[in-house]
Design a binder for this molecule. Structure first.
Ligand code: NDP
Ligand SMILES: N[C@@H](CC=O)C(=O)O
Length: 377
């Protein structure tokens, strides 16, 4: 009898849809390992789809959901499912999760693949229900300590590898590495990293003379950017990743404490225009960016968007790097993290690999879900 990991998926956008496909395509692999990922519910911003009679959603339903959300952003009609409730509110999310755990009498993994800020409160309530939580969404871990502490209290029953290094799959575990270092009593002195697939892609493409606005558009098409690319270009996405690492080290700091360099002017801010209007306005940044790249090149350097975490301070912004340095050599959406500790003092522990993308992020989420298998008897 296979060990069943019950899962509820929150968010069925680029990452969530891909996660459903990964779950279906890895059935045989997991079966051979005596495991089954049983998707009990899929939730988007408007509805929740639950399996019939507390049963999991079957693979046909999972693929139908993934396809329909991709095609027209709607949950499909005529599913073999118990309920599709419209007008779904975050306030009822924890109640729905409680019902699933009570009715099935089994624990549940809740995977947050939304980009929602508001969902943090519901996740904190879900954490109180003793569920396991997996996050691709960085916002719940970077908002108030009321939410953070309740999720963090789950200890080994929450996983967030995809928030920091979405490409981990199973290969580049930054969070797991930090946890191992901390648990072994090593002290982390400094972390320096290029943590954004989008900004890595943008900075390295600028070296080939492409225009800033074109590269950003490509990054969006490739699924590297956040739903609103201003989260990336404004530095907030990198700031959140830095904050997640800082809080993991026990620092009681907030997003406002992170020093952030924003790459677009206030005239293009979200409160003034939509994402589409922003993309249209981006060419005004082409020339200043081109000049900045040229000036750095005259000094034998390239531009990289770097996070530095040191002495209870996090800073994210563009830094000129010598072309031959490890950061200067990064290409495309590759990310790189250098961790300096008592044990790794002169030669840092380095983690490097391919950057953002829905496929790799979903694989990272799935790896985190499977990592929780010991909680499912
Ligand atoms: N793409 C990448 O490379 C990486 C992404 N991430 C993170 O993964 C997360 C998902 O990204 P992505 O898939 O691109 O985002 P999308 O915007 O494509 O999808 C977000 C999904 O969340 C749903 N949603 C929004 N609010 C709620 C809510 N309150 N309750 C339930 N569902 C909700 C949306 O519903 P609806 O469909 O109805 O609009 C949508 O299905 C983000 O937090 C991102 O930062 C992390 C690492 C890498
Ligand atoms: N937009 C992010 C995606 C993952 O966090 C990035 O570009 O790195």
């Amino acid at each position: 009898m296979a060990r069943k990991i019950q899962l509820t998926l929150l968010g069925c956008g680029g990452v969530g849809r891909q996660l459903l496909r990964h779950i279906v395509s890895t059935r045989k692999l997991h079966e051979d390992q005596g495991l089954r990922v049983a998707v009990m519910a899929v939730v988007d911003s408007k509805s929740i789809v639950l399996g019939e009679k507390n049963e999991e959603l079957d693979d046909t339903a999972l693929l139908q959901i993934s396809l329909a959300k991709e095609k027209n952003n709607q949950m499909p009609a005529g599913l073999n499912a118990r309920a599709v409730r419209k007008e779904y509110f975050d306030a009822t999310l924890a109640a729905a999760i409680r019902t699933i755990t009570e009715e099935t009498g089994r624990p549940l993994v809740v995977a947050d693949c939304t980009a929602s800020e508001k969902i943090g409160q519901a996740l904190a309530e879900i954490a109180d229900l003793n569920c396991c939580i997996v996050l691709a969404n960085k916002k719940p871990l970077t908002s108030s300590f009321n939410v953070y502490d309740r999720i963090a209290a789950l200890n080994r029953r929450y996983r967030c590898e995809s928030t920091v290094k979405q490409e981990v799959g199973a290969a580049l575990p930054v969070i797991a590495t930090l946890n191992r270092l901390l648990n072994s009593g090593d002290s982390i002195r400094k972390i320096v990293g290029a943590l954004s697939g989008t900004l890595g892609f943008v900075m390295s493409r600028l070296e080939y003379g492409e225009s800033f606005s074109d590269i950003v558009r490509q990054a969006k098409e490739l699924g590297y950017t956040e739903p609103d690319p201003r989260d990336d270009l404004g530095g907030m996405d990198v700031a959140r990743k830095a904050l997640i690492m800082a809080r993991l080290m026990g620092w009681r700091i907030n997003l406002e404490d992170v020093e952030v360099e924003c790459l677009y002017p206030p005239s293009l801010a979200p409160k003034l225009m939509s994402t589409m209007q922003f993309l249209k306005g981006l060419p005004e940044l082409d020339l200043p960016m081109r000049n900045r790249v040229k000036e750095a090149a005259a000094r034998g350097c390239v531009l990289r968007y770097v996070a530095t975490i040191e002495n209870f301070h996090c800073k994210v912004g563009i830094v000129e790097q010598p072309q031959q340095s490890a950061l200067g050599q990064l290409h495309g959406s590759d990310n790189l993290v250098e961790i300096f500790t008592r044990c790794y003092s002169t030669s840092p522990l380095v983690i490097k690999g391919a950057g953002a993308g829905n496929d790799t992020t979903a694989a990272g989420v799935l790896a985190d879900v499977l990592d929780l298998q010991d909680y499912f008897g």
